[in-house]
Design a protein around this ligand. Structure first.
Ligand SMILES: Nc1ncnc2c1ncn2[C@@H]1O[C@H](COP(=O)(O)OP(=O)(O)OP(=O)(O)O)[C@@H](O)[C@H]1O
Length: 334
């Protein structure tokens, strides 16, 4: 595995490192035991969400990974390298970090902000400029239009995108994100989440993202780690497994009574579980595409007032679903 930051790969290069936390602990000087003992593995290219109530140690865990906070004990591996003892400054150049409100430098242009780490790494100017423009394109900002602006000349969502571009600039092997979308309104937030998923499909970084928003966790996470006080790992699972079978009373309460609905969001429409089309159906029933979710299908039924719909693939009807069937899909097993 190549983890040197000095050799920038083209955007889309799948360079990512796994992260392993082995029994990490953090006791602050005032005696607070923010994280008692946590072990967690994140696979290369995986997006893992840390979620839990306020003060349970999420940010502390995240900041121990890039050593903004020194663990009291325990080991942290990046790929097969123990980074507990490496120079934190060097380490941070291999780890992108995105925080709420972004923390852009206000007196620097968008281009200069995104070029921060390449500048520290002394990349040649032409190479840096090309990389910065490529990244701005990747996060959906036209470099010609936005490159010369200052942060105060951007919307909250645009600033957030610059923050993501800056974190990706030196092609880090890991991206850490602390409440990255919480400073924008819900509509912008949903759009940013969607764009972010598209971006991740392209760059395939290893991402650890902290949020207190369960819907965000379910939408973004390949796996979700639910933490309780003291950084105690209650459950580490896919969104569907977490919602379908909460492992502890804490998780059950945390995911709440509406987990059935949330579960529908992560339940794909499976061709094999569709009812066959009857002769009468395809004409006037509402439709939903096969690549939608059970939640999308339920939404279509509720707005149309019907109790049956047709599922289409590339516009062609492939089967039908009843409202009851969809409700059964959302019924949790745990
Ligand atoms: N520098 C510090 N000194 C002492 N205690 C701290 C320090 N930073 C955090 N803590 C305490 O450690 C615990 C975990 O804090 P942390 O910020 O990691 O939680 P969090 O889960 O990210 O919370 P939130 O969701 O509210 O941001 C809390 O009890 C907090 O008060």
């Amino acid at each position: 595995m190549d983890v040197t930051p000095e050799a920038p790969g083209p955007a889309g290069s799948p360079r990512a490192a796994s992260i392993s936390l082995h029994g990490i602990q953090k006791r602050y000087p005032n005696g607070t035991e923010a994280v008692r003992e946590l072990s967690l593995d994140v696979r290369a290219g995986e997006l893992v969400v840390l979620i839990g109530p306020s003060g349970c140690g999420k940010s502390t865990v995240l900041r121990m990974i890039n050593r903004l906070i020194e663990p009291t004990s325990g080991r942290i591996m990046l790929g097969d390298e123990d980074v507990t003892d490496v120079d934190p400054v060097r380490l941070r150049r291999r780890i992108g970090y995105v925080i709420q409100n972004v923390g852009l430098f206000p007196h620097q242009t968008v281009r200069a902000n995104v070029a921060t780490v390449p500048g520290l790494l002394r990349w040649p100017k032409g190479q840096t400029r090309a990389r910065v423009d490529e990244l701005l394109d990747l996060v959906g900002l036209d470099p010609a239009q936005f490159g010369g602006r200052y942060p105060h000349e951007l919307s909250g969502g645009q600033r957030q995108r610059v923050g993501v571009a800056r974190a990706l600039a030196a092609d880090p092997v890991v991206l850490l994100m602390d409440e990255p979308f919480s400073a924008v309104d819900p509509i912008v937030r949903a759009r940013l989440q969607e764009e972010f998923l598209r971006l991740q499909a392209e760059v395939r970084k290893t991402i650890v993202l902290v949020t207190h928003d369960l819907d965000e966790a379910v939408r973004l996470g390949d796996r979700i780690a639910v933490l309780s006080q003291g950084g105690h790992l209650e459950q580490y699972d896919t969104p569907a497994a977490l919602l379908g079978a909460p492992a502890t009373p804490f998780v059950r309460e945390f995911v709440g009574a509406d987990r059935g609905i949330r579960r529908l969001v992560v339940t794909p429409l499976d061709r094999d579980s569709l009812d066959p089309l009857a002769g009468d159906t395809a004409t006037d029933l509402p439709t939903v595409p096969l690549d939608g979710s059970a939640y999308d299908a339920l939404g279509v039924l509720l707005t149309s007032g019907r109790d049956r719909l047709v599922v289409t693939d590339d516009g062609r009807p492939v089967g039908a679903l009843t409202r009851q069937r969809l409700l059964d899909l959302g019924r949790a097993t745990g």
